[in-house]
Design a protein around this ligand. Structure first.
Ligand SMILES: Cc1cc2nc3c(=O)[nH]c(=O)nc-3n(C[C@H](O)[C@H](O)[C@H](O)COP(=O)(O)O)c2cc1C
Length: 373
């Protein structure tokens, strides 16, 4: 089964993504992985760390002449800011971070032991793994992209398509609506001025996903459950919704559910309020997921906390930090969605080599899914 693990600390030697289950014979473009890593690093409102790092992967295993062997793929992203052994202690845990719960759990008074791994620097490895999954998906014509729809209280009322990807990438807020982006920048500037932080919402879309990925037969095989878990596990993500999401609860069934319509020989849907997943399976429509990110937890005007060594009330520690990281989180979300879709695709088709996977997918589409393409 396709899976990945990550390893590495924020200021350690490197981040690692270990990916198992990618079939043999897939040509991997490392430049494309690096370009995803560069996307994760940018965004209006990021802090100083991203100016230090220039994330690039080194492939340590699983490839021969740039082609996957079917063996575990190890990707390493070296840290330029390697100082884990000399970085100062963090005795006053920061509210909103893993610091306090982790220090209690591991019996330490130095939350640096916790934050080094809890840090969202780890998401660089997730993006690398997701970029591999994307290359597999693209063999099947599946595209995953995302964009920012709100920062703080500023919303962009847009529904974007594949043709908008260059404009999304060109925007420092992953929001091609220039008017909204300008107001979002102002929201971030205002937060910075108040020594505060802001969160936001991003939307992810997967196009051309064949029907029948995931399963209705068991709770932990449902595709929406798997995608939600993966996205919710991204640092600072506090909510996930599919299609009409929370608004579904307000709409009568007669207006919410997506009619099934015959169009020539094809079966199409009258709308996509379900966000492309019904009964735990992709239904052939676009998969549409939104995620809400809480404001960055490290505050330059710190909240109250307690010194774990003296036991005295004290302002929380301050680590170098972003003011807003929603565009970066969106890139991590794209990686998470890509990986889950690649896993579901391989679960549907099986296959040790990419040719076998393609043959199995083509057979399946011929039998059941052609009507949706
Ligand atoms: C891409 C990205 C960058 C982040 N950068 C920062 C940061 O600079 N400072 C910070 O305090 N939190 C940052 N965070 C959020 C923290 O990692 C997160 O709030 C913390 O891990 C606790 O989140 P949780 O309660 O959801 O686990 C970032 C999150 C993401 C996804």
């Amino acid at each position: 089964m396709l899976n990945f693990r990550t390893a590495g600390e924020s200021h350690g030697k490197a981040l690692i993504a270990l990916i198992e289950g990618i079939p043999a014979g897939l040509k991997l473009d490392l430049d494309q992985i690096n370009s995803e890593l560069a996307e994760r690093q940018k965004g209006y409102g990021r802090g100083g760390r991203m100016l230090i790092e220039k994330d690039r992967v080194e492939a340590l295993s699983g490839l021969r002449k740039g082609i996957t062997l079917g063996s575990p793929i190890t990707l390493m992203i070296p840290n330029k800011d390697e100082r884990i052994d000399t970085a100062p202690e963090v005795r006053v845990p920061r509210p909103g971070h893993a610091d306090l719960a982790g220090a209690l759990k591991y019996g330490t008074r130095d939350a640096r032991d916790i934050l080094e791994r809890a840090s969202a620097r780890e998401t660089a490895a997730r993006v690398a793994a997701g970029a591999v999954a994307r290359q597999l998906l693209s063999r099947f014509g599946i595209t995953v992209f995302g964009y920012v729809i709100s920062i703080g209280r500023v919303f962009c009322d847009c529904r974007l398509n594949v043709s908008d990807i260059p404009a999304i990438r060109a925007s420092d807020l992953s929001c091609p609506d220039k008017k909204a982006a300008k107001m979002m920048r102002a929201e971030i500037d205002a937060a910075a001025k108040r020594k505060d932080t802001v969160g936001g919402v991003f939307e992810l879309i997967a196009k051309n996903v064949p029907p029948g990925l995931g399963s209705h037969v068991q709770w932990d095989l449902k595709l929406d459950g798997k995608i939600a878990r993966s996205i919710l596990s991204i640092q600072a993500i506090k909510g996930v919704e599919f299609g009409a999401g929370f608004a579904s609860a307000l709409i009568p069934g007669s207006r919410l559910h997506d009619s099934i319509v015959k169009s020539g020989k094809r079966i199409v849907r009258g709308s996509n309020n379900c966000g492309g997943i019904e009964g735990g399976m992709s239904n052939g429509s676009d998969i549409v997921v939104r995620a809400a990110m809480k404001p960055i937890a490290t505050l330059y005007s710190p909240l109250k906390s307690v010194d774990l060594v003296t036991g005295k009330q004290s302002p929380a520690s301050v680590e170098r930090s972003d003011i807003c990281a929603v565009p970066a989180a969106c890139v991590v979300g794209e990686a998470a969605l890509s990986f889950e879709l690649a896993r579901a695709l391989l679960e549907k088709t099986g296959g040790d080599s990419i040719r076998e996977v393609e043959r199995n997918m083509n057979g399946y589409l011929k039998q059941a899914g052609a009507a949706f393409r």
